[in-house]
Design a binder for this molecule. Structure first.
Ligand code: DX5
Ligand code: ZN
Length: 218
């Protein structure tokens, strides 16, 4: 299976979103939507007005990354917007005493792919009990909240360890890596077991975003 590249819309030109969506439709595998509430993470991004505007224009699947408390309140709404992949943070679930497995099942019941995300300071083993219920695991390679941060190199060994655990449990869930992904670390992440790479700044700040997406895919 080839590596999927999911450019993060957070780094796009919000005054010319239509142009960027066209570029993504032609070059990318997925459109990554970072949804932040200013509570779980110290930043607020965009909401349904943006998702509504882009949904009919996107010809490739969308991947919504919910960095919000009580993500379950919005599962149905994102599914109704045609989102194909939907992830929430383990930190949010634990904070509110929700069972992550149950939240993953609720997403899957909507007929879409369910993902569990967590920050770099969460021990990797914390996600092991939920691997069997997840379609994908979103490993943060920066602290969730802002685009343009520096990639944390320890992510590579975390991805390797996660991949071994997924295999040990005889599962097939995909590994998505998000934050500071660029052409230097992308091949290392893929070799470690990542199947989906999120990239904001490295794509949108490059002179030829389409070529950068191809280069990231390897
Ligand atoms: C961070 C977001 C990321 C971010 C990626 O909270 O989840 O998706 O936008 O952007 P870059 O690639 O610039 O780190
Ligand atoms: Zn993200």
């Amino acid at each position: 299976m080839h590596t999927k590249i999911a450019p993060s819309l957070l780094a796009a030109d919000f005054l010319n979103l239509g142009k960027d969506i066209t570029m993504l439709n032609e070059n990318a595998d997925l459109i990554h939507l970072d949804i932040m509430d200013g509570i779980l993470v110290p930043n607020i991004s965009f909401g349904f007005s943006v998702v509504d505007a882009l949904a009919p224009m996107a010809s490739i699947p969308t991947d919504a990354h919910l960095m919000i408390v009580h993500p379950e309140n919005y599962f149905e709404r994102f599914a109704s917007k045609g989102v194909s992949m939907l992830s929430f943070h383990l930190e949010a679930a634990l904070m509110q005493n929700s069972d992550p497995s149950e939240l993953l099942s609720r997403i899957k019941a909507l007929g879409i792919s369910a993902g569990l995300a967590f920050n770099p300071d969460i021990p990797l083993e914390s996600c092991f009990p939920y691997l069997k219920d997840a379609d994908f695991i979103l490993v943060m390679s920066v602290f969730a909240g802002f685009g343009g941060q520096k990639f944390i190199p320890e992510t590579i060994s975390r991805v390797k360890a996660l991949k071994s655990e997924i295999e040990r449990q005889g599962l097939s869930c995909a590994i998505e890596v998000d934050g500071g992904v660029n052409q230097e670390n992308a091949p290392l992440l893929v070799e470690a077991g990542a199947g989906i790479l999120v990239a904001g700044s490295s794509v949108f700040k490059s002179s030829d975003p389409g070529a950068t997406i191809k280069a990231l895919r390897g």
